[in-house]
Each structure stands twice: as structure tokens, then as C-alpha cells.
Design a protein around this ligand. Sequence first.
Ligand code: ZN
Length: 584
Amino acid sequence: MASQALYRKWRSQTFSELVGQEHVVQTLQNAIQTGRVGHAYLFTGPRGVGKTTMARLLAKAVNCEAPAEQRPCDQCEMCRSVAEGRAVDVIEMDAASHTSVEDAREIIERVQFRPTSARTKVYVIDETHMLSTAAFNALLKTLEEPPAHALFILATTEFHKVPATIISRCQRFVFTRHTINNISNHLEHIAQEEGITLQEGVAERIARAATGAMRDAISILDQLIAGSDGTITLVQVQGLLGATDTSKVGALVSALTAADVQAALQIVNEVADDGADLRQFARDLVERLRALMLLTASGDSSTLDVPDETLHEMRYQAAQTNVGQLVTWLKLFSNLDYQLKNSPYGQLPLELAVVEALLAPAAVVAAPAARAVAPAQPAAVTPKRLAPTAPAARPAPPALIREDARPIEREPEGPPAPPATSAVEELLPPTKQPDVVSAEAQEAPSAAAAVPEEVIEVVYDAAFLLEDVEACWVQVVEDIRAADKLIYAQLDGVVPINVEDRTVVLLAKKGEWQKKRLEVDKTRRLIERYLSRELGSECFFRVTINEEEEMPDIKKQIQHIRKDELVRSALNIFDATIIAIDKP
Ligand SMILES: [Zn+2]
């Protein structure tokens, strides 16, 4: 069965059958009943939302032989002939395929002839914006003085390409995308009539994939019916669409509201293993969390565009959480899109967000402000902020922050070095102290990778540098994730902040309990093994929960605050150098 077949079969034949676009239906029905139908209408909106269907309904209605309030009746000879495409006075043309000048112009000019059998000669011009200039001129001339027997219905997906002179002569109707609920209900209805059973979640999944276009949704259903034995399963839908599973989104939200880290990570892994589009999954997740937030905040589900079975699940989830929590999660997960697009580490950003969502409750809301303020005023970084019960700074691995940061285009502290040696000079500042290397070198692992080998040897004479650790830290975390999920979860928000000979100092932002867990023998061995492997050199670590203690001297503080994006931007803009830090 061709994919169009089902759509044709289920094209609405009366206004009451039509799904969605209620605002258009109401206005048009009113015009029909009061006998005030205009001569030109412009239907604009995305493809597949019912513009052509509405145009045919209007064409039927203005010619229908039934009493005005029943039009279109879909029973009389006129209605039937329009529905069957044999009404000679209803002229449908697709401007996209009538681009030859004479063709479209001639057809339009023929409007002057009276209709053969109908009351009104109706022109339905699809993709109107594609008309040739000559055809537009003919149309414009006609619209300036339309014959009494003529009705023009222009449809377009690209409103901005329609000349203003045409627009000003039309009544315009904006067609909106269908809601998920509208589409999935309609799919359920069609399936029932066709004797097909849709497994729970199937209709919704198709509706989401159709992004508001009913025609696409029915076309997908049609393809599924063609290959089914009477029941359509979620697996079949995913096989066809190759996209994410909404039940996984629901399951992840359930795991989040139940504070079950392991279950949540498990779901993320399943989604990734299924080869699903993680960005789409994250977007679906944000959409679901947003709906849950609205539900939790108001208790009112009338504005939510979710199917009933989903609503049932959401009510249960809403009872387990609160608005503040959901706001935190929304901020956290809505930031993932860019990271997932650019991360070389697959699902890692999503996993980190999941762990962060559950291990740092209520911490994330304060994060953007903390990040923006703290570096400019280092003294504001009080031990209290780092204490286990107080909100911690938003933990994000350094490499992910780097990806967000725009590249530094010039060295703010002096004239640009010659291209051949600039990377070298960044790595080897005048004092040759490894701990005062410029922020640029730390922020750009690729620059370090581009340094000639002999220079790396010089640097490595002093064991290794903080930027080496920072550059490989995400990989270390990724290795540990593959090796041991529980230890991985304990690394949430842990970042390297200093190097003392062969000992890496790790900051545990979650406080004392996190420090203790990291110091458990098994955990320590695993972290040191992967860290040593990535650094290519044996190393150890110690954990601190107080960043300030690790930054005793002014040089380290300068080094620290230069990592902040705001500070770096300021340095760039003003071509400035940090010489001192005021403590309030
Ligand atoms: Zn009729």
C-alpha cells in the first residue's frame, strides 16, 4: 500500500472530522453560514498541517447543496465531485509544478469564464510562493477585481516569499502544528478503524517523530501497517524511525525522582547502546521535565501536551519531587545539547548530568552565579560553600568547560610570539616554573599536543604539569566509567586543581564524604592506575575539599582566576594583565 493511501483515505471530508486548526474552522464556518465568504484566502503554515485539506473543505462548502449550517455535507453531488477530484470548477494547482510562465498564468486568467456547474469557481493554488512573476501578475490583476463567481485559496509554507501586494488582498489564516495529543489520538482512531492494535506508546512515538505534521504521522502509520500482522509494537516503530524511545525518557525521569543513580545510568547506557540520537533523547528529557515541572507547580494537566498514559506516570513522578528540584534538573539537562553535539566522549555529558542531578541536589541552581562571581572575588570562595551540606559549585570536568569556552585569539600579556614558537613560549613562561604557565596553555590541550617533542621533554623533567592532568582528566573519568560505574559515580564534580611533584591534588566539591570515598583503597588504586596510564608516568593523588588551601600564593591565585571565562574575556578586551587580587 502506498504511503499516501491511508492519508487520502483519512483526509477529513467535513469540518467536524477535521483535527486541530480550530481557530480557522470556526472563522470559516461562520463565514459560510452567514454567506460572507471572501474572494481570496491565504493559508500559511508548515507542511502537513492541513492547509490543502481545509482548502478542499472550503471549496466543497461554497458549492454544497445542503443548507448553509450543514456545509459541506459530503453527501450532495457537488461535495462528492470535489472529494473525488472530478469537479471541473474546482481547480487545484501546485505552483511548484506549474512554473512554466504560460501554464499558470493561463489557468489563472481563465477565472473570468463562469463556472460550468458549480456556484463558485474555486482555485486552490498550493505552494503559491513558487508562482512565476507573470503568474503572480495575473493573480494580482484578478485579485484587484475578482469576478463574483471566483474564490482563490492560496496555500504556502513560505509566507515571506509571497508578494505583499498579494497578501494585502487576501484574508490570511495561520495554520499551526498539531499537538502530540491531537496526532496520537487521531492515529489511535485510524488504527482502530483499520483493525490495527497500537502498542502503548506507539501513537505518541509516531506523533513526536512527525513534529506536528499530521500527514507525516499518518504516512508513518501507513508504512508500519504495511509491515505488520495486526499489531504495531514500539520496537517496530523504533526500527522504522531509528530514534529514541519515549518510555526510556519516562524511565529516566522515574529513576531521577527515585534518586536511583544506578538505574539512571543504566538507562542512559541502554539508550546509547540502542544507537539512539542522544541529543534528541536529551531534548525529549527536557521536554518531559518541563511538563513535569508545570504539572508539579500547578497540579493542572489541561495545558500539557501528553497522552493519558504518560500523564498517569507523571502524576506519580510529580508526587516524588518538587518544583525546585525540577528547575535544577531542567537547567542541568537543557545545557547538554551543545555538549552532546561536540563531546568526543559519547554519552559522557549525559551521564555526568545524571550523576550531578542525583548527587548534588539543590546545588546546581546556585552554580552559574557562583561561577561568575567566585573567580573575580576569590575570597568569596569560603570553606562554607565547599562544605558537604552547602551548595557546591557546579561540577563540570575541565575538558567540558574548555569545549564551551571560546578559543583565546591572542596572548593578553604581551606582543604575539612568532607562530613557530608561540606554543613553546606559552608552555615555558619566563620563570620556567611549571605552576605559572599561562592560562592559554592550560585551556588548550591541542596547543600542548602541537608542541615539538624536545620541548615536551623539558617540561616533563618536572614530573608533569597541571594542564597535562587537566587535558587527560575527562579520559580518565571515561576509562573509570567503563571499568566501574560506582567509582565513576563517586568522581562526580572531582577536578584536578594542582600538582605536587608526582601527586595530583584533586578537589572533591561534594565535601568530606566524597573525599573519604575516593580514599578507599580500591578506588584509589583504580584512579591512580588510569591517571598514570593517561599521563604516561606513575602518579598518585591526594584529595582536598578546600580549594583555597591549595592556592596559597598570589601566582597560583592569578593562575586560578585566569581560568574563568569572564576574566579571560576582560583580559582580552582591555589587553590587560592581572597584577593583584583584592580581598574584601
Ligand atoms: Zn454538500
